[in-house]
Design a protein around this ligand. Structure first.
Ligand SMILES: [Zn+2]
Length: 266
């Protein structure tokens, strides 16, 4: 925060930047970023969060109030009123277990992990209620080898393309039941017991299929100390295996979830 004297400080910083700008530009040209890192592409798996983004609860996931302005107060500053489970976001174990870890207690090394993408998009086109099955995981392993230890398994259903169309994205019917793909509880249980997977991710509103009443996948997965990511974008751009997922989770004390910037390094 810098309200008093802010304009003067910004002015000083800008004039310094002008002075050093030429030098910085030459340094970047001489050393391309790709020469310094072990990946060649960064894919953004994050939807832009706005009040219009569909939420499970049917209310805006964020309200944004411009309280300070550059003109009047010396800086532009917004206040947010935000639902923890809005937009592309993480579910912490405490979301489904009172004694589970909140987002601030998730270790950093659990948030940068190998990413395995399971593509069920062709099945989801035919059946909006499709649940990623154990057979889908077996098929993935037959093609790509055993799921890597410490990975995140992501369901690619193709649903991200419907995100700007709330009725299609939620699939809400006349009885108020949602219809979108999710992960079958048997698949979640197998991953929890038979493989060393730290996170589940989906490109829909919930780890469970929309028509679920019991949220069994949530109740198996989160209390086991693992995390979930919901509403991912752009999974069609990510190779099925070999990418690294980076989840930029805000470190908010006691939070059950939070809008999260999720990236895939390829
Ligand atoms: Zn959630």
């Amino acid at each position: 925060m810098c309200i008093p004297g802010c304009r003067e400080a910004v002015g000083r910083a800008l004039s310094r930047r002008g002075f050093f700008g030429g030098v910085t530009a030459i340094a970047f040209t001489a050393t391309p970023a790709s020469a310094q890192r072990s990946f060649t592409r960064v894919i953004d798996l994050t939807h832009t969060l706005s009040p219009a983004f569909p939420t499970f609860f049917g209310v805006p996931g964020i309200e944004i109030e411009r309280r300070y302005t550059l003109k009047k107060d010396g800086a532009n500053v917004n206040w947010w009123y935000v639902l923890e489970h809005a937009g592309t976001h993480i579910d912490a174990p405490v979301h489904y277990a009172d004694n589970g870890a909140a987002i601030d207690a998730i270790a950093a090394d659990q948030l940068v992990v190998p990413l395995a993408v399971v593509d069920i998009s062709a099945k989801a086109v035919r059946n909006a209620d499709y649940a990623l099955s154990r057979a889908d995981l077996t098929d993935w392993e037959a093609r790509h080898g055993r799921l890597p230890d410490g990975c995140c398994v992501a369901m690619h259903s193709g649903w991200a393309r419907h995100a700007s169309h709330t009725a299609k994205y939620t699939g809400k019917d006349a009885a108020g039941v949602f219809h979108f793909p999710g992960i079958h509880p048997e698949a979640a249980e197998w991953l929890a017991k038979e493989r060393r997977v730290v996170g589940l991710a989906v490109d829909t509103l919930s780890l469970d299929p929309g028509s679920s009443k019991e949220f069994t996948t949530h109740t198996i997965w989160l209390p086991s100390g693992r995390w979930g990511l919901e509403n991912l974008a752009n999974l069609e751009q990510v190779p099925r295996t070999g990418a690294t997922l980076v989840a930029g989770v805000p470190k908010v004390k006691g939070a059950t979830g939070a809008p999260t910037r999720v990236l895939a390094l390829v």
